[in-house]
Design a protein around this ligand. Structure first.
Ligand code: FE2
Length: 218
């Protein structure tokens, strides 16, 4: 009888200890969750990665944007000759290849801009430009050579130009804000080239290519 009671008591103690451990663990976990939730609400933890977000400065933001566009320009360097090769219209081929040469200069200008900030030129993968380039590749893969494909190529090349114009516009504004005047000057030269490339493509499309494409489909 006494033995049985001792066993029962031992089991009770064991359960109590176990319960205390579980409760402690639960409470600990609740505390952790609350801390993470509070940090998320206050913007200190990345919602995407769940890790703590370091405090960024405007200079960091400028650098991140430059890394983004540096990656983009190097992808564009590879994409433009493919689009030129897939184009039928000679003026379109020439415009794309001319802009490829300009893009090489834009990469070098970005390297100078990194240098002006005392940073090493480094690219950061940008899914936005990857998507735009893929869109151009799809047009080439899915439309046979001719005026309709050319009209599609112009549209995807212009989408890339507009992406670049948006990025360089932001870089110039942020570089002005932090007083990085060398960066402002360099990027303004590039922005002008991008605007001109967009305008050339626009004229090609509206004056010739779109009408030729309509005729081809008729
Ligand atoms: Fe461009």
């Amino acid at each position: 009888m006494r033995v049985r009671r001792r066993v029962r008591n031992a089991a009770r103690v064991r359960n109590a200890v176990l319960h205390t451990c579980i409760c402690t663990a639960r409470a600990e976990r609740h505390r952790e969750v609350a801390v993470i939730r509070d940090a998320r609400h206050s913007g200190r933890v990345s919602k995407r990665t769940g890790t703590a977000m370091p405090q960024k400065t405007m200079n960091d933001l400028l650098l991140m944007m430059m890394q983004d566009v540096y990656y983009a320009e190097r992808q564009i360097l590879k994409a433009l000759p493919k689009l030129a090769k897939a184009s039928e219209n000679e003026d379109l081929k020439t415009a794309l290849l001319h802009h490829r040469e300009e893009t090489q200069g834009q990469v070098e200008r970005l390297q100078k801009a990194f240098e002006a900030l005392g940073k090493r030129a480094r690219g950061q993968t940008c899914e936005a430009i990857n998507g735009l380039i893929e869109e151009g590749e799809e047009i080439v893969e899915e439309i046979q050579e001719g005026a309709v494909r050319d009209a599609g190529i112009v549209a995807s090349a212009q989408a890339v130009e507009h992406y670049e114009m948006a990025r360089y516009g932001t870089i110039i504004a942020w570089a002005k804000a932090v007083g990085a005047n060398d960066v402002v000057k360099l990027m303004q030269e590039t922005l002008e080239e991008e605007k001109k490339a967009d305008s050339t493509l626009n004229q090609l499309a509206t004056r010739t290519l779109n009408q030729e494409a309509v005729k081809q489909a008729a």
